[in-house]
Design a binder for this molecule. Sequence first.
Ligand SMILES: [Zn+2]
Length: 147
Amino acid sequence: MKNAPLPDKPFRILPAVTDQNAHFWCGGKYDELCFLRCDVCATYVHPPAPVCPECLGRELSPEPVSGDARILTYTINHHPWIPGFEPPYVVAIVEIDEQPGLRLMTNIVGCSPDSVSIGMRVEAVFEDAGEDGIFIPLFQPHRDYAA
Ligand SMILES: [Zn+2]
């Protein structure tokens, strides 16, 4: 994972950072993609919740993952829905390597939208939102993907 200086940073509607989700939105400052993880059964829980859905444990702690993932599905948006967020761009659902079902909706950056495919290996990269310590987790082609 790298805090790549992303050119032409698009306008984004930013999340509201709370004590419950700060680990997720602010972990990029430390180059870390973090999720809550159950202290009892080690299940990653996302979106953040007060109770583990697997064992109903109530002790969950933020823990960084590798940031490596694969694309489950994606769409290329060609419509300028948000002023300043220029199409085309890729909206994808990625699954994090550490746990089946641990999924994020995100954007794929650092490559042509035409080069994106289902099953493609990707890695987390963070975009400094410039407010509230927020670093948006995005994904780019995996460093090993060129092989
Ligand atoms: Zn649990």
